[in-house]
Design a protein around this ligand. Structure first.
Ligand SMILES: [Ca+2]
Ligand SMILES: [Ca+2]
Ligand SMILES: [Ca+2]
Ligand SMILES: [Ca+2]
Length: 338
């Protein structure tokens, strides 16, 4: 980590992306399911009635700036264009005791690449520049006829980020989509600025239930679906349970592919099996200081008995001879390096 990043870690600024849902206590919140139906209809209408403009300026701040004009002369919609095929991620959340499966549409303008390229997991911290817009419905009278158009308006832009965002402290949509991208490269300039290149860049279209929902914040009306265009500059790992294993390495499985890490660590509701909970005690590995439930802490199990220091992650021994390939701290049949 260079000095620039050490320096900016010292700062913490409050921006509206930080999740703070404060609703008017006089008005009951709308029904989540009904609101989602409206949101996804408006998002899909937006995607079908606007087209994508992407600017290419390699090595400059403006690289992969994006805009979404209304189709007016037969352009191909965001939904149907093939330069950056639209992708979706489904996210199920229990809200007011009802499971709602949200669809987040997103575009990968560039995944991100470089010798040290890395993806954040959903609980890491990210250095990102971004632009936020909200989607709304606008009705105008044209030639005596009432015409409704789905439009978007910018509410926030951050071009030169000075601090990291904690993906556990921002809207849910961000923590779901950032892991789909990777960092690129950067160089420090003599004037103290930093030039980023080949960074991950994309656009996400987020239903209000995974954003501010009924909270109106910093120029965003309540119940607004949001559009964020993002550029991923750097990732900072977090070890939430301080057991010596960074949280992204405590991603051991995925709901669809048992045993295959997917870039997300999961916290499940009570009674729901968590793919990232080795000992099944309902504490996910990234929050569990004894991951295999053998009463030996993970921190003690990853210590090299000769040096007394933790092994580098790649060198943590597997349980001697049992042949299941699990590292010691994930296997209750052995303890530590013995
Ligand atoms: Ca940990
Ligand atoms: Ca556990
Ligand atoms: Ca752990
Ligand atoms: Ca243990």
């Amino acid at each position: 980590m260079n000095n620039f990043f050490k320096f900016i870690l010292l700062f913490s600024i409050g921006l509206t992306i930080v999740s703070c849902s404060k609703s008017d206590s006089q008005t009951p919140l709308r029904d989540y399911t009904e609101q989602y139906t409206k949101d996804i209809t408006n998002i899909e209408t937006f995607l079908n009635t606007h087209y994508l403009v992407v600017e290419h300026h390699p090595g400059e701040t403006e690289d992969l700036d994006v805009s979404y004009p209304l189709i007016d002369a037969g352009q191909t919609s965001i939904m149907n264009q093939l330069d950056y095929p639209i992708q979706t991620r489904l996210v199920t959340v229990k809200q007011n005791d009802v499971d709602i499966t949200y669809k987040i549409y997103y575009l990968k303008l560039r995944e991100g690449s470089g010798p040290d390229s890395k993806s954040p997991c959903n609980v890491d911290r990210v250095l990102t520049s971004y632009r936020g817009e909200y989607i709304y419905s606008s009705t105008e009278t044209v030639g005596g006829t009432s015409v409704t158009t789905i439009k978007s308006t910018q509410f926030e832009e951050l071009i030169n980020p000075q601090s990291y965002f904690n993906l556990t402290g921002v809207i849910r949509g961000w923590s779901e989509i950032f892991p789909q991208f990777k960092t690129g490269t950067y160089v420090g300039n003599p004037d103290g600025t930093v030039t980023f290149d080949n960074f991950g860049a994309g656009v996400m279209f987020i239903p209000s239930g995974l954003a501010y929902f009924g909270g109106s914040t910093a120029g965003v009306p309540a119940y607004s679906p949001l559009i964020f265009s993002i550029k991923l500059y750097e990732v900072q790992r977090v070890d939430h349970d301080s057991d010596g294993i960074d949280s992204y390495l405590e991603d051991i499985s995925s709901p669809d592919n048992p045993g295959v890490a997917d870039g997300y660590v999961y916290s499940m509701e009570e009674g729901v099996v968590n793919p990232d909970d080795t000992d099944g005690d309902e504490k996910p590995d990234f929050l569990d200081t004894d991951d295999d439930g053998d009463f030996f802490t993970t921190a003690s199990e990853i210590k090299n008995p000769i040096t007394g220091q933790a092994y580098p992650f790649a060198n943590i021994p597997t349980c001697g001879g049992t042949g299941n390939g699990k590292k010691n701290y994930l296997d209750p049949s052995c303890h530590g390096a013995n």
